[in-house]
Write a protein that binds this ligand. Sequence first.
Ligand code: 26Q
Length: 817
Amino acid sequence: MKPTQQIQFDKASFQTSVKKHLSSTYATTIEKASSRAWYLAMGRALAELTTFDLLETEQDERIRNAKSVNYLSLEFLIGRLTGNNLISIGLYEEVTQAMGELGQSLTDLLEEERDPSLGNGGLGRLAACFMDSLAAQEFPTVGYGLHYEYGLFKQSFEQGHQKEAPDAWCGVEGYPWEIARPDLAQEIGFYGHVEVVQDNGRELRRWVPGMVVKAMPWDIPIVGYQSNTVYPLRLWECQAIAPFSLESFNNGNYFEAQHALIDAGNITKVLYPNDNHEKGKTLRLMQQYFHSAASVRDILRRHEEAGHTLASLPKYETIQLNDTHPTIAIPELMRIFVDEKGMGWDEAWVICSKTFAYTNHTLLPEALETWSESLIQRLLPRHMEIIYQINHLFLKEVRAKWPGDVSKQRKLSIIQEGFHRMVRMANLCVVGSYAVNGVAALHSDLVKRDLFPEFHELYPTRLHNVTNGVTPRRWLKFCNPGLSQLITDKIGKQWAADLDQLEAISQFADDTEFQQQFMAVKKANKQRLADWVQDNMNIELDTNAIFDVQIKRLHEYKRQHLNMLHILSLYHRLLNDADFDMVPRVFIFAAKAAPGYHLAKEIIYAINKIAEKVNNDPRINNKLKVVFLPDYRVSMAEIIIPAADVSEQISTAGKEASGTGNMKMALNGALTIGTMDGANVEIREEVGDENIYIFGLEVDEVERLHASGYNPYLYYNADPLLKASLELLVGDEFTPGEVGKLRSTYDSLLDGGDPYLVLADFAAYVEAHEAIDAQYRDQQGWAKKAILNTALVGKFSSDRSIRDYVNNIWQLESVKR
Ligand code: 26Q
């Protein structure tokens, strides 16, 4: 077994380093330093330790000669790093003591760290878990992302309404864990035109950009758990080249040169706050190209510096595209090969299409990216030509496979015909990649069946499944120290590196003493959350109540409004049915709505108004509490997840590609109430039908209902409880004196046609909740189910996901240091 401490640690020199940073980096003294200054100085001192290993890893000849995966993602939702890195390098106790001797509590200092919120939700968090698992298992990797100045907006509530504020995550002092790499900066062009030059009878095409900006990389160390391997997460920041674009200025491209001034500072200014929805904004496309171009060049730089030939690129590098957001990397690599390296098209295409692989995260039509041909033409004229050429050759293949079938060509074409022609990024990805994967078994089946059936026929080995996972280091060991200790006491501590070992816990599921210990940990975690809610929201929670949790982005397909209707039904019954009894429940929500998503914001408002009334209504005798925690982010999830009894995973079947919060909560001993959607299906397979509450329509039933002409009024009229619950939204019950303020949800569910079948699933959902209520009354039975959830979800470690990618797609070897 490996030692738990790898990095050379000498307490006295560490303390000296902290003190040195206090004075020389943050210009303060031991006597005067604030907690924040102490945290920053400690962070810098720790980062020095990992930077050393980062540079060592970078120089390691065995790694330079091994195959690497380059994970390209516009989002990396890493969360706070200090506590997690201390666990990875095995110095948590040592640093607690070292800081204690300096009069500082490590726990308090860790609270000073702002979350780097460089992602929206699931997709960005997945990228962060994957980097953790790559480093832990020592697979050579570089994560490539963007260094946004502002991460996802900060959320607050004003009279129940969501308010957004900018998130300057770096603060004025900078983020202690990142290091600038000015030696690795790149120049990136936009706009301009294509020149044609004759070269020995060959026609060469060359892009002359009208504007050039600088891409400055910042490295964040990803520290491998129990290893001294440190791989970089490389985030590009856009800077203006001063003085701006003189060349275009002198060429007379005065207006294009102006773009440099207007746009350069803007490109990485802010993360787009939409998830599962695309908006074809120029600046977003500029972000995408900026990210792809800088990353591709850095990959080629590493490859060439290691002395490898261009033809051997796929032998040493694979490029994983996290959704279609970095698709433009494909034509960019083609452009470099053909225009800059003078390679022939066919050879370039063979190399290129053996290098890229693409992960699809959604089937929602509104989330499938398309970009207008005219925008690409203007911003990236040479790339548009290359896309035409890729499409031209691809359509030849289509015609060879289906001669004379024009509809096949129309459907598969990378260019969508119409008044405004659009480029379909997903089609470009499938054509230009050697592997395409969905993120859960059900989702991958639907990708084959509904999204890309013809591609599947054309390229029968290209489509794969890799079920998502979460890192057990952050999502159990770090966030739930109580449960972690309990597990370690029973089965030893290697589970955090090999989550399948958790299965051994199931032998204690019937053990009364273990059940009591398990439930005592849960109770303490609920108390920690209750304290947070008391301190920050002034709401008192009873930890004997069932903590029922739905935490995820706000979206109609995720159906927070179904949860809300259930709460309304309980409220109605408590007030109107003298025989109705229920175990006290605390409903916990946390969610951000995209600022432009009106209905999502209205649902937040409605839940907040309902909470206000219910929490203060003496008639219901504290049976019901509703809390909507503001500003959901990774560090909040770390407090909420260990405290969950019930995990709400209630999307309309077929809509949630995977989900990962479902995995985190099951791992922490929550029981899932969920539909047959995404990874819920596989969680059920692992934990067994008796340890999960599955309800509602399945994918084929959803399809049939839509096909037969779904009418929400049928359900409304047939179910008095549903009707009564809905009617609570149209009076002034929750907005005294202001009738109809919560109507939007009501209207969307009835006159709006209820696109996500909330009403159709309501009765089954209520029934599943009744079963949960009955089960909770039997605490031993509940404890057994909770323990089995923790014990049986080892499959959902992101270590396993990464091994699936490695074995089935990337074909890498790990390099042990
Ligand atoms: C696209 C174009 C323009 C602006 C923004 C976007 C954009 C940004 C983020 C589109 C989609 C996203 C994020 C999608 C996402 O988080 N999807 C989730 O991915 C998880 C990881 O695979 C899955 O578990 C979830 O089911 C899926 O919804």
